[in-house]
Design a protein around this ligand. Structure first.
Ligand code: PGA
Length: 257
């Protein structure tokens, strides 16, 4: 794991953006895995500013609520088009977001997995992290081997997300479709973003705590190419912060991005 600690959320997002920009320049038909929530917003802002050529890029989103109409303001479909896609030249046919209104959800999920493989697999998967350690919507005790499927959101996640639904918990869906932890682990590279004091306890648990299904993000300890781009607030409880900073400032020229 590479732990990249930056002063601000925007600085950390800029590092992630430069890694993604390099991928798209080196491999114009790159496949990206994308996330939603507040966390990736500064990353998407930076990617828009970089004015990249998205014409051959394919994207797969991690998750989507079940049961909201697709054009509802809080679907991840709306989020992605508003905050990233409509500002790029991405081809709509190359955008894949789980369909929370699919008639046959298990069939849809199996097809999503097949599509990821058919498109060559995910080069870089962007991740946020829930305060309970979820990645995608893989809530605590999700199987580390799980694939795209229906999940039931925890009360904590629904409370965390109520802010997007006028703080009305009843409006937050109970179910979602999410890529599985196995799906996320198949990505060639994972970049997890986390910002702010409220993420500090789960970040220390994920990076320096034990591997355990109760903290799904801890599986990233097993990934051969996982980067954490985090701000100083989210990093504040890390015991080996000085070492991570030392590694980052002494990385060889060829490792720079
Ligand atoms: P947030 O959500 O970016 O809104 O904090 C992260 C997550 O739930 O994965």
């Amino acid at each position: 794991m590479e732990i990249i600690i930056q002063e601000t959320a925007q600085d950390a997002s800029n590092v992630a953006a430069s890694i993604i920009a390099k991928l798209i320049k080196d491999k114009p038909n790159a496949v990206l895995g994308l996330a939603t929530g507040s966390t990736p917003l500064p990353l998407y802002q930076r990617l828009i500013e970089l004015n990249l050529d998205w014409s051959q890029v394919t994207t797969f989103n991690l998750d989507e609520y079940i049961g909201l109409p697709r054009d509802h303001s809080q679907t991840y479909y709306t989020f992605m088009w508003e905050n990233l896609f409509r500002h790029t030249n991405i081809h709509p046919a190359n955008v894949y977001i789980p369909d929370g209104n699919a008639a046959d959800i298990p069939k849809f999920c199996a097809e999503y997995e097949t599509l990821i493989i058919e498109k060559g697999g995910i080069d870089i998967q962007v991740l946020g992290i829930g305060t309970d350690g979820h990645i995608g919507f893989n809530e605590p005790t999700s199987s580390f081997a799980s694939r795209t499927r229906i999940k039931t959101l925890t009360e904590q996640t629904r409370k965390d997300n109520a802010r997007f639904f006028d703080n009305n918990l009843d409006e937050v869906p109970i179910h979602c479709i999410t890529m599985g932890i196995g799906t996320i682990m198949d990505a060639r590279q994972n970049i997890l973003l986390a910002f702010g004091d409220n993420k500090a306890p789960i970040i220390v648990e994920t990076i320096e705590g034990p591997l355990k299904a109760i903290n799904p993000a801890s599986i990233l300890q097993m990934h051969p190419n996982a980067k954490f781009c985090i701000d100083v607030k989210a990093a504040s409880q890390l015991k080996r912060k000085d070492y991570y900073n030392w590694v980052y400032s002494n990385r060889p020229e060829w490792q720079k991005y």
